[in-house]
Design a protein. Structure first.
Length: 411
């Protein structure tokens, strides 16, 4: 087996949050086998990396790789693209994502059901270059809710293809049935939309869109399949219903109150907050063609989300890094690290949210998110120390996945 040894200036230990000085990372085949002090290592060094910090490959737990950057045109842009177009866009986005240092993503749904899973399979087969993926397969939403195709006349609405409506669900029995079908076609976990969405016309982010019983049915059925539920939830009531129903993560979490935060802390529910998106929409939304309705909903959720994020940190709520890439361009999600630090995390915690903590949310801490012996040799190198300046993670010159360089030193 090929052994590769790397000697940077610093190695980030995501288990403790410490930056280790002067260590050697030992890689055998596709796995990390050791991280040892350079003073105790007497073997050959494959690559000396002076000035660099090595970190575990980053993890984004909220991407939509097979979805183009939202253009603010609502249902029209969704129904005029074929599934093939979205799949091929996914290939481009997968490359942009791993080039940015994100070697693992939890992909939280395509518009056309199961395209994300096809992309995942293409990456695993080596046909295309991209991150490791866990896939939602489809959006589980109520009729006319966030993530549904809204705004069509009834006779047009009736003829949409099945893959654009796969997860549309009403009632407890249909919830169980649809969740089972989504696993049947290869999903790794279930994404439900527990409230309206900023970008779906006609839905209100503050409004709950499933009952607690419906959400509980999703959680129970996912749990029977050995999996879990991630809940998109902006509004306070929808967040509380989802947490009480036992979802593993709240996506966005825009309108947290003290009770919601306490519930999340008590239940160990993760908060996946896309703090950068509000800035991006405010700056670029009008140029992209966003409607006044969407711009207003974005303004309603941006500042309040940041206030809630800080309170959640102080209350000890578990966090994982999620960007909602597709709302922002794929590949620029590392800009969110600065927002996380500005709104309450230390740089070390911000990195842990995108490494160890993200892996724990996914249940993948045995394989990614740290450089523990036996994990995949997924790692990134940045020039300088990101604990001094977190923004250096926005430019990642070195990327390795499974022991192979995606972006090599001197490359
Ligand atoms: Zn999303």
């Amino acid at each position: 087996m090929t052994v590769v040894t790397l000697r940077p200036d610093r190695v980030f230990d995501s288990l403790t949050g410490q930056m280790l000085e002067d260590h050697v990372v030992v890689i055998s085949g596709d796995r990390v086998t050791d991280v040892v002090p350079a003073s105790t290592f007497d073997g050959p060094i494959t690559a000396a990396l002076p000035g660099y910090s090595l970190l575990p490959g980053l993890i984004d737990v909220h991407t939509h790789l097979a979805v183009p950057l939202d253009d603010g045109q609502g249902f029209a842009s969704i129904v005029k693209r074929s599934g093939a177009e979205d799949a091929l866009l996914g290939v481009k986005h997968a490359r942009e994502t791993i080039d940015a240092g994100f070697t693992t993503v939890r992909d939280i749904g395509p518009w056309r059901a199961f395209i994300d899973i096809a992309l995942h399979q293409a990456i695993d087969a080596g046909w295309v270059t991209g991150p490791r993926m866990a896939c939602a397969g489809a959006f589980v939403t109520c009729p006319g809710g966030g993530g549904d195709i809204t705004g069509l006349a009834v006779d047009i609405d009736d003829v949409l293809p099945r893959d654009l409506r796969f997860g549309v669900t009403s009632g407890v029995d249909e919830m169980r049935a649809n969740v089972r079908q989504i696993f049947r076609f290869g999903a790794d976990f279930i994404k439900v939309l527990a409230t309206g969405a900023v970008l779906t016309a006609g839905t209100r982010p503050g409004a709950p869109e499933f009952t607690e019983d419906e959400l509980r049915a999703a959680v129970e059925t996912a749990s029977e399949a050995g999996s879990y539920v991630a809940a998109h939830a902006h509004g306070t009531e929808g967040i509380k219903r989802a947490v009480r129903a036992g979802v593993r993560s709240i996506e966005h979490g825009s309108m947290l109150d003290d009770e919601a935060i306490a519930l999340m802390a008590d239940n160990g529910t993760y908060l996946v907050a896309d703090l950068y998106d509000g800035d991006y929409i405010l700056e670029h939304g009008p140029t992209l063609g966003y409607s006044d309705e969407v711009m207003e909903k974005s303004r309603q959720t941006t500042d309040v989300q940041r206030v809630g994020f800080r309170k959640a940190i102080e209350a000890g709520v578990r966090l994982a890094f999620g960007s909602d890439a597709a709302v922002i361009p794929h590949g620029i999600q590392a800009r969110q690290f600065s927002l996380y630090v500005e709104h309450g995390l230390t740089p070390s915690q911000a990195i842990r949210s995108a490494t160890r903590w993200a892996a724990e949310l996914m249940g993948w801490e045995d394989r990614v998110g740290s450089m523990s012996p036996g994990t995949y040799a997924d790692l990134i190198g940045v020039a300088g120390n990101p604990l001094d300046d977190i923004s250096i993670l926005e430019d990642v010159p070195l990327v390795m996945k499974g022991g192979d360089w995606v972006a090599a030193p001197g490359g």
